[in-house]
Every structure is written in structure tokens, then in C-alpha cells.
Design a protein around this ligand. Structure first.
Ligand code: HEC
Ligand code: HEC
Length: 446
């Protein structure tokens, strides 16, 4: 004879097992939404002249760099070290300005003698995502490639890639994938006070995000996976130097490797390689590339959500949105913030439906061990979810293309109480299978 208690325990165990099995099997990510990209155009309401700066900035964003600009169709300044040779190569999908494309352009941007070791180490692969490497030991970005072995390699230049194999062996390597720049001007225009007001405590959910700040002027930073960067101009100048090795007026020094600049023989174009074009007279030709990139990104429209798609009904999407709120996802993934006043009217006092509080949160096991500003080793900015409907790779390191996996990683081992998302993930797991499916359907509508 079983006691009542034993039976009820047994039933409880069976029901937990069934619900776990249900969690693992019942929902599927509908996959990247097909059809026209819901992003990539200019934000509505720009003046005619602002629109011209958007288009000239977009052209610069797609420009390819070579060492001296002697290769047809390229501009000078690449290297000595780089991760790719154009902004739009990494910020490519589903439209220029977005995130990683399906096939990784990094596998063809350098000679196979440089690419093959990275393929073998699983740092990059042909099927993506585009990746940038940081070492935990120094926190910094270490460029994948050098300008060796090219048709335009300067004579006398002789440098090599960092010892990636050694750093992989000592578990010192982490990855970052591109964050999309759609709607970036709206993000830039949200007042500090609006972001700061999100930093309230939710004791019943154990959630307490905090802002990241610029160490120099003390204002709130908001761009990048750790909300580490202040503005689009600064991010553009930094990316030009870090990703392509192009020095500029914001970041005038070549970075070299491990804090040591490469020999002068490799630095054949004087700094600033990108600069204000003093001799030009046509208005869009005068700003530096860095400023032009920022104009393009600032004026990029936010991704446009859809109300239904494929087999997914409006009712499912609407219920998904409700359940996203009920589970507590929306506590971090704040559906909307209002921009402040701005000199560009198209950006002023507009809703930014970004699904992020722009705060950083402790994500426990998902952390990558890198500190940036006041974002600690396990902290990440709540990833804005606008545009995830057409995104191919998720999370800071692009570890998955599956939305459900991205959600599960918020509570990596199912009991990660260090993650601020732990209780919300319990709520998510407690939803019915069809409610969870509706959340996935909702996310792919964004
Ligand atoms: C090798 C790939 C690569 C290239 C080339 C590249 N980026 Fe990025 N971009 C990234 C990665 C990776 C991140 C996320 C970095 C982080 O937060 O750690 C990023 C983030 C950004 C962001 C932040 C967006 C946000 O809201 O968080 C901006 C802005 C940006 N890049 C602009 C540029 C510009 C401008 C260029 C060209 C000069 C460029 N990027 C070239 C990989 C790239
Ligand atoms: C405690 C705050 C918090 C809560 C609660 C939360 N998230 Fe997140 N979410 C984040 C952070 C931070 C990231 C970025 C993590 C990373 O990249 O490693 C993220 C990333 C994501 C991503 C991947 C987006 C991308 O750009 O790669 C999805 C999808 C997502 N969250 C959905 C959800 C859903 C659905 C819920 C509710 C079940 C939820 N999140 C609850 C903070 C939160």
C-alpha cells in the first residue's frame, strides 16, 4: 500500500517530469520572419537635407577599406590589425545597419593562413556569426587578422596574429557579435533621467538593474552589449579603429596588439587616416567617415513589427505579448521609453519601442567575465528585442539561433539564482505550452 503522501509525491514528480519534457519539446522558434526587411530605411520625418546625410552616411558605412586605398573601389587606412574591412560586412542583416549575416565574411577577408587556424579553434565558422574576440585576462579586443599576405602589404611590415590557440587552451577567450544599429538615434535621444528611473527594485522577482556611466562626464552610457558606450559618434570612431584599424579624430592612435603598437613599417598612412575633409565644399563630403557613419545610424528607422505573419495569427501574437508581461520579461525588456527633446525633430519626443530598460543586470552563468565601466563580469545590458523577428543569431556571443535557447540561457542551468532573470524564467516555465509558444510567436513579430 502506498501512503497518500507517497502517491501525491509520485504524482508531483511525474507532473514535474511531464512539464520539463513539455518545456523541452512543445515550443518551437518559428525562425527568422521572412519577407521584406522591416528595417534599414531612414526614420520618417527627416528634413530633405538630413535625408541626404543619411544616404551619404550609408554609402560610407558600406565602403571597403584597404591598406592604402590602391585596390579598386576601396578607401585607405585598413589595419595593421582588423576584424573585417567594412562596417556593413558585420552590420549586414536583415538590412545594412543590422547584425551578423548568415555566412561569415570573415572567412574570406584574410589569407587562409590566417583564417584556417581560427576555423580550427572554432573562433569563427563559415556559417556565422561574425565574431569579435576579447581575452578575459586583459578585458580587451584582440583583432583576428593582420595586413600580412595581401597584395597591398607594406614592404618591411612583419607582424603576426595573437596566440589564439594558447588563449583558447587557457579558457581566456570570449566572443561578441554585432548589436544592430536600427533605431539607434532614438536610443541616443532617451533622456538619462528616463533610463535612471528604470533602476527600481523588484523584490518579489529579485531584479535590480543599474545604469552604466561614462567615467569622464558621469552621464549614462547605453550602446553595446554592456551599455558601455556613450554616443554614436564615439562608437563609430571606436569601431573604425578597433574593427578595421582605421585611425580617426576620435581615436587617433593605432592600437597594435597587447598594448604595443605595430612597427612603423606597417603604419604607412599617417593618422588620422579618417578625418574632416577640409578641402571639400559639397556639404555631405566634408564630415569625417566617423561622423558620417553616426549620421546614418542616428537616422536609421527602428525595426517595424508586424501584426501577423505566416501561420502565426494576431491573436497568438497578442497573447504572447500579454504572457511576456505576465511572466515578468517586460520588467527588464521595457516595451517602450519616450525620447526627449532633440535638434532633429524626427527624433524628438517619440516612443522608442525597444523592449529594453537600457540597464545592466547580473545574468549569472551567462556572464562573460569582462567588466566595462560599472557593468560587472556577469552583467549585460537588457538586449533590445525590437528586430529579433528577423535576427539570425542571439546573445552576446551569438551562441544560438534559436529563440527558446536564448530564453533558457537566462537561467542557464535551470537553478541559476545568481541570474536576475531566474524567477522570471520559473514563471516562464510555469506557463502552459501554448502560452510559451505565443511568446515565441510574439518575439518573431518584432
Ligand atoms: C568585425 C565586425 C564589426 C565591424 C566591421 C563593425 N562592427 Fe560595430 N559592432 C560589432 C560588435 C561585435 C559590436 C558589439 C560590441 C560590444 O558591445 O561588445 C558592435 C556594436 C556596434 C554599435 C553599437 C550598437 C548598439 O546599439 O549597441 C555601433 C553603433 C557600431 N557597432 C557601429 C559600427 C560602425 C560605424 C562600424 C564601421 C566603422 C562598425 N560598427 C564595424 C562588430 C563590428
Ligand atoms: C533580469 C532582466 C531580464 C529578464 C527578466 C529577461 N531578460 Fe531577456 N535578456 C536580458 C539580458 C541582459 C539579455 C542579454 C544577454 C546576453 O546577451 O548574454 C537578454 C537577452 C534576451 C534575448 C536575446 C536577444 C538578443 O539580442 O540576442 C531574448 C530573445 C530575450 N532576452 C527574451 C526574454 C524573455 C522571453 C524573457 C522572459 C521569459 C526575458 N528575456 C527576461 C535580460 C532579461
Amino acid at each position: 500500500m502506498y501512503s497518500c503522501r507517497a502517491v501525491s509525491n509520485l504524482l508531483r514528480i511525474i507532473s514535474v517530469m511531464l512539464s520539463l519534457a513539455g518545456f523541452l519539446t512543445a515550443q518551437t522558434d518559428p525562425g527568422p520572419r521572412s519577407g521584406a526587411p522591416g528595417a534599414g530605411a531612414a526614420i520618417p520625418g527627416l528634413t530633405v537635407k538630413e535625408g541626404k546625410f543619411f544616404h551619404s552616411g550609408q554609402a560610407q558605412f558600406t565602403e571597403v577599406q584597404s591598406v592604402r586605398g590602391t585596390i579598386a573601389g576601396t578607401d585607405e587606412g585598413l589595419g595593421p590589425r582588423f576584424n573585417l574591412n567594412s562596417c556593413s560586412g558585420c552590420h549586414a542583416f536583415p538590412a545594412i545597419g543590422g547584425s551578423s549575416p548568415a555566412s561569415n565574411p570573415q572567412v574570406t577577408v584574410a589569407p587562409s593562413s590566417q583564417v584556417n587556424p581560427l576555423l580550427l579553434l572554432n573562433i569563427i565558422s563559415a556559417t556565422g556569426p561574425v565574431r569579435e574576440v576579447r581575452f578575459k585576462s586583459d578585458g580587451g579586443v584582440h583583432d583576428l587578422f593582420t595586413i600580412m599576405g595581401r597584395s597591398d602589404t607594406p614592404s618591411g611590415c612583419n607582424i603576426s596574429q595573437p596566440d589564439f590557440a594558447g588563449h583558447v587552451a587557457s579558457n581566456d577567450v570570449i566572443f561578441r557579435i554585432p548589436t544592430p544599429a536600427f533605431g539607434a538615434g532614438l536610443i541616443e535621444t532617451i533622456p538619462d533621467a528616463t533610463i535612471a528611473a528604470n533602476a527600481v527594485s523588484y523584490p518579489s522577482l529579485a531584479i535590480q538593474g543599474h545604469v552604466n556611466r561614462n567615467g569622464n562626464d558621469g552621464t549614462i552610457t547605453r550602446f553595446g552589449w554592456k551599455a558601455q558606450n556613450k554616443s554614436l559618434v564615439i562608437f563609430a570612431g571606436e569601431a573604425y579603429n578597433v574593427e578595421q584599424g582605421v585611425t580617426n579624430e576620435l581615436f587617433p592612435d593605432e592600437r597594435g596588439e597587447g598594448g604595443v603598437q605595430d612597427p612603423a613599417a606597417c603604419r604607412v598612412v599617417p593618422s588620422a587616416q579618417d578625418h574632416t575633409n577640409y578641402e571639400q565644399t559639397q556639404p555631405q563630403s566634408i564630415p569625417s567617415d566617423s561622423v558620417s557613419f553616426a549620421n546614418f545610424m542616428r537616422f536609421l528607422a527602428p525595426p517595424a513589427p508586424v501584426s501577423s505573419y505566416g501561420n502565426v495569427t494576431a491573436a497568438s501574437i497578442n497573447n504572447g505579448r500579454t504572457q511576456f508581461g505576465n511572466a515578468g520579461c517586460a520588467v527588464c525588456h521595457t516595451p517602450s521609453m519616450q525620447t526627449g527633446n532633440h535638434s532633429t525633430l524626427a527624433l524628438a519626443n517619440k516612443p522608442a519601442n525597444l523592449y529594453s530598460d537600457l540597464l545592466v543586470h547580473n545574468m549569472g552563468l551567462l556572464g562573460d567575465g569582462i567588466s566595462q565601466g560599472s557593468a560587472g563580469p556577469n552583467d549585460f545590458r537588457t538586449a533590445p528585442l525590437w528586430g529579433v523577428g528577423q535576427r539570425l543569431f542571439f546573445l552576446h556571443d551569438g551562441r544560438t539561433s534559436d529563440l527558446l535557447e536564448a530564453i533558457k540561457a537566462h537561467d542557464a542551468d535551470g537553478a541559476d539564482t545568481a541570474s536576475e532573470a531566474h524567477i522570471v524564467l520559473n514563471n516562464f516555465r510555469a506557463l502552459s505550452a501554448s502560452d510559451r509558444q505565443d511568446i515565441l510567436n510574439f518575439l518573431r513579430s518584432l
